[in-house]
Every structure is written in structure tokens, then in C-alpha cells.
Design a protein around this ligand. Structure first.
Ligand code: TXA
Ligand code: MG
Length: 536
């Protein structure tokens, strides 16, 4: 398909866009936040094409855009007072309001939900196109699913050229991050996605609201895809991004120590080191950071370096929106200047918990990932639903709770089942891990140990500055497993041999801790801690 670049100053181009949209085609339009990939919101086939082109999971609902307040009435069951107050104050503008939907909204548009997200954009071109189309427009951000949202024409062309009939050139977007999404269906109202309209601004108009915990941590409520990487990593650049949670002074040192990495820093800071760099606004100025963030992520990719360190951003005002996007771009990875994270792993019977005990005794915080997998907080309602979809209704007890024994029994019987289980649970386990990590950092711990049998499979090894692998003589491992689990020698043999050999682990290790009966584990741990403290 030939994609026309449309000029919004030409009336015919706007009319053409309107006609295309009316006839069920897609047009990429500028808005004040990011570019949107628009279709007639009331036409399910047209909307289906949006999912198609973006490669978006079909249960992720779309925002319906209007160009006049009155257009909201047929789309929703009712317009409550709070919606009216918010609209009066912030519309047209970067705020999306979720309400109970009317029958006019097709399931395709609402992702099967009984609610609909409505937004009245302030961008004159967006409004002109909606008016020309004579129908509300469903429009997600115009990126391919999982990539950063486009904030200028080139990004739209890169993702959509040849796939749709037209892209309207609206220059650079003003806000730079997507609209604030608030649901008025819950009481108190809840911000599901932060944006240019801040929680503080909203509270001033309608009183108390909540900010969904997923804004600063963990899963996007909407993301339901099969791979945890996708679920966890939104707005992901190709360059591996890590947030450097430290002072500017420490950041400068970090960059100097790692000359082959790129810096994603604030304006003016790039002069302080020789690394390749991209800036995203000014420190303490959320609006300027938001405006630059997505372009900066593309520019980072153009540098072609494997890894980049980003400056930390605050969580106040518009910065909350920037924090929310950048933390996802990084897959929640952070490094700290004065906090070291050690990954500790080892096979069954190696005595990993025995070793982690010595880390604890020597003043380190230890996060026991096995224990997190048993933590009921991990199994939220979304998790239980996904597990039920994957493994069948028999994993739910008659009282509605989860039968974890049953899950393990079904899931662990095949390789595919194991992978499915990990895809569903890892992101949630990692969210809890990060909560614990942040708590220990607040408590002043300088060394944190991730004690994790699946350190590598879950990808959290990448957060660690050192990897320690515990191993022991084969005979000894056999004996330990037999004693611990009360099984025969033969069964213990099968168990050990069903796991991969130590070799791959050991290749990736900075320290190999041999945990035989005569080993001086305490001495070894003390030496590791000493070495790490020297490198502080
Ligand atoms: O600024 C914006 O909002 C841009 C421009 C193009 O208007 N659009 C945008 O759309 O960001 P999209 O589809 O990329 O993000 C919409 C977000 C998703 O996180 C979606 O899950 C959520 O809004 N959403 C939409 N309808 C919802 C509903 N009924 N309930 C809960 N969340 C909803
Ligand atoms: Mg999007």
C-alpha cells in the first residue's frame, strides 16, 4: 500500500483523511500527546485493523476520541458529575476518562469490557480530522506494540509506512507522553496511567483519588500477552536501558568507568563525560522530560550501543508519567552507586540456603525468591485468571482460592507447562522482589543478595553486579536431597540428572562457592563482601 503523507494545512488532505476513516480505513493522526493510529470507533472491522497493524493483543481496549463534549453522551451509560467537572477543567486536553459504555461501543473497541475510555484532544488537527470523519475515532498510540510511542512524523513513518493509506504530518507532539487515564467507574476514582494532567491537578477538581500501584511498579493492568518480556517491558528501545539510581556525581563516575555505554541524561550533563549521549529535558522539569523522552529513546537506538544508563527521575507532577514510562523501558532494571546486588544460585542439594545464611550473618539483606513464589501477594486476581486460562478450572479450589499444589502438578509435568507457568508468574514475582529490594535500600543495606534457583531463567541475573554459584560434590548433593526430602538414592539420582549440569551456571559465575562439609563458607563470604566493599 502507498502511504500518503498528508498536510494538515490543506483542507483536501483533512477531507481525504475523513473520507478514508469513514470508509473503514486507518489514518495516523497527530495529537498533543503522541501520534495516534485512528479508525472509526463504532466500526468493529475498522477497529480490528488497528490491532492487526499494531500487533496489539485484542483484549487491550482503545481510547475513543471526540471533538466536541456533546459527543460523549451516546457513547456512555451516564456522565457523572465528576466527569463533567474534569471535562470542564481539562478538556480539550491530555486526559482520558473511563466510564460505563453504551451499546454503541463495539466489544472490539472496549476490548470486551463494559467500560469505555473517552478523550477530547486539544490538538487542532486531531479535532479537525474527527470532525471531518463525522464519527468518534478509536486511536491507540501509533507505534507497533511494545515499541516507544511516536512523537514526530519520522517515527510514524518508520512504524507504519506501507501499512495504512495516510499519515498526517503534525510536527512534534507537545506533551510527548500519552494522556493521563483515570477511571470514574471505581470509588475513589483511580489513575491507571499518569500523563500530562497530574494527580495533584485532578484532586484539586474532584477530591480524593487513588494512583494504581502498577503506575510505579510491576505489571500494566492491560497487558495480557504470552511472554513476560512483553508484559514487563513496554516502550522498549533496542539498547538495553538501565536506570542509574544515584547522585549526579556518582553517575558521572559510572559513565567514566563504562566508556562503551551510552548516557541518557539531562541537558547540560553530557559535557561531564566523554560517552555517547542523548538528553531528555532538564532535571526537575517533568514537562521538558516528557516532551523529549520517546524521541530520546529512538535517538539512543541510533547510537547503536548495547547498553545505556539513564539518570533517575522523580515521581512528582508530570515526572510521575516520565518515571512510569522509563521504568518500563528499562524492564525495571536499576543500578545504585552504593548498593550492590549479588545473584546467588545453585542446583538442588548444593546447599544454597545454607550459604545465603552466611550472607545474612555478615550483614547483607537476602531476598529468598523461593519464598516469594509462595507469597499470596503474587497470586492476584489477574494472575489466578491467567493460570486458570492456561491450566484449566481444576486449579481453583471450591472457595475460589488457588490450589498451588495442583498448578505445580499440572504445569511442571511438561516443558511447555513450566514455561507457561514462568511466563505468568515471573513478572509478578519480580515485582515483589523489587518492592523488597527498595525496602532494604531504604533500610540502609549496602549489599543485597537475590537468592534464586531460577536466577538466569527469570533474567534477574542482569540486575546483579556479581553472580555467585553454589555447588557441591555429587555424592554429597545426593545425600542432602535424600535426607531433606526423605527419598531413595535412585529418586535423588533422577532428580539431579533431570536438571542441567552445573557447567552452564559456573561459566556465568564471578564466584563459585564449593559447599562441601569441610568448606569454610563463612570465610569465603567475608572475602566476597570485602572485595565488593573495596570496589564501592
Ligand atoms: O494520549 C493518548 O491517550 C494516545 C493518543 C493517541 O490519544 N492514545 C493512547 O492509546 O495512548 P493507547 O491505546 O496506546 O493506550 C490506551 C490505554 C491502554 O493502557 C488501555 O489499556 C487503557 O488506556 N484503556 C483504554 N480503555 C480502557 C478501559 N475501558 N478500561 C481500562 N483501561 C482502558
Ligand atoms: Mg500505547
Amino acid at each position: 500500500m502507498n502511504t500518503r503523507i498528508l498536510n494538515p494545512a490543506n483542507n483536501e488532505d483533512i477531507e481525504y483523511a475523513g473520507e478514508m476513516l469513514r470508509s473503514g480505513q486507518l489514518i495516523c493522526i497527530p495529537t498533543e500527546t503522541v501520534y495516534g493510529l485512528a479508525a472509526n470507533a463504532l466500526n468493529p472491522e475498522a477497529v480490528a485493523e488497528i490491532y492487526n497493524v499494531k500487533g496489539r493483543p485484542s483484549d487491550n481496549p482503545l481510547i475513543v476520541h471526540i471533538s466536541d463534549f456533546e459527543q460523549i453522551y451516546p457513547l456512555v451509560k451516564e456522565v457523572p458529575d465528576k466527569a463533567r467537572q474534569l471535562a470542564e477543567k481539562f478538556w480539550p486536553g491530555p486526559l482520558t476518562i473511563i466510564l460505563k459504555k453504551s451499546d454503541l461501543i463495539p466489544d472490539k473497541t472496549s476490548g470486551g469490557l463494559d467500560t469505555v475510555a473517552v478523550r477530547f484532544p486539544s490538538h487542532p488537527v486531531a479535532r479537525a480530522v474527527i470532525t471531518a470523519a463525522r464519527t468518534p475515532l478509536a486511536a491507540p498510540s501509533a507505534n507497533l506494540s511494545g515499541k516507544p510511542s511516536p512523537t514526530d512524523l519520522e517515527h510514524c513513518v518508520a512504524d507504519l509506512n506501507g501499512k495504512i493509506p495516510g499519515i498526517i504530518d503534525g510536527g512534534k507532539c507537545d506533551v510527548g507522553v500519552e494522556s493521563t487515564v483515570i477511571t470514574l467507574v471505581t470509588e475513589p476514582p483511580r489513575i491507571l496511567r499518569p500523563g500530562g494532567i497530574t494527580p495533584e491537578m485532578i484532586e484539586e477538581v474532584i477530591g480524593r483519588i487513588e494512583v494504581d500501584p502498577a503506575v510505579t511498579e510491576g505489571l500494566d493492568k492491560d497487558a495480557k500477552v504470552s511472554s513476560p518480556g512483553m508484559k514487563y517491558k513496554h516502550y522498549a528501545p533496542k539498547t538495553e536501558l538501565i536506570i542509574a539510581d544515584m547522585s549526579l556525581k556518582d553517575y558521572v563516575n559510572l559513565m567514566k568507568n563504562e566508556p562503551d555505554t551510552a548516557a541518557l541524561c539531562f541537558e547540560g550533563e553530557e559535557k561531564l563525560f566523554d560517552n555517547a549521549s542523548v538528553t531528555f529535558g532538564k532535571e526537575y522539569d517533568g514537562a521538558s522530560q516528557a516532551k523529549r523522552l520517546f524521541s530520546a529513546l529512538s535517538e539512543l537506538d541510533e547510537l547503536g550501543l548495547r547498553k545505556a544508563y539513564a539518570r533517575r527521575v522523580g515521581k512528582n507532577g508530570v515526572s510521575l508519567a516520565v518515571y512510569n514510562r522509563i521504568i518500563r523501558s528499562s524492564g525495571f532494571r536499576k543500578v545504585f552507586s552504593d548498593v550492590k546486588i549479588i545473584g546467588l544460585t545453585g542446583k538442588s542439594g548444593s546447599g544454597k540456603s545454607y550459604v545465603s545464611g552466611f550472607f545474612r550473618q555478615n550483614g547483607c539483606a537476602v531476598i529468598d525468591c523461593d519464598r516469594i513464589t509462595k507469597d499470596s501477594k503474587v497470586y492476584d486476581s489477574g494472575c489466578i485468571l491467567e493460570l486458570k486460562d492456561a491450566f484449566g478450572p481444576e486449579i481453583i479450589n471450591s472457595d475460589g482460592s488457588l490450589n498451588r499444589r495442583k498448578v505445580a502438578e499440572i504445569a511442571l509435568s511438561t516443558e511447555e507447562g513450566k514455561k507457561n507457568l514462568q511466563d505468568i508468574t515471573f513478572p509478578r514475582i519480580i515485582r515483589r522482589l523489587h518492592e523488597l529490594r527498595d525496602k532494604y535500600i531504604d533500610d540502609g543495606y549496602k549489599i543485597i543478595v537475590y537468592d534464586a534457583p531460577t536466577l538466569f531463567e527469570s533474567g534477574i541475573d542482569k540486575e546483579c553486579c556479581r553472580i555467585a554459584v553454589v555447588t557441591a560434590d555429587y555424592e554429597l548433593r545426593l545425600k542432602r536431597i535424600m535426607e531433606r526430602d526423605g527419598i531413595t538414592r535412585e529418586q535423588a539420582n533422577i532428580r539431579i540428572n533431570s536438571q542441567q549440569s552445573d557447567k552452564q551456571f559456573i561459566q556465568k559465575a564471578d564466584y563459585v562457592i564449593i559447599n562441601n562439609d569441610d568448606s569454610d563458607i563463612d570465610g569465603e563470604i567475608k572475602a566476597i563482601i570485602m572485595e565488593l566493599s573495596k570496589n564501592a
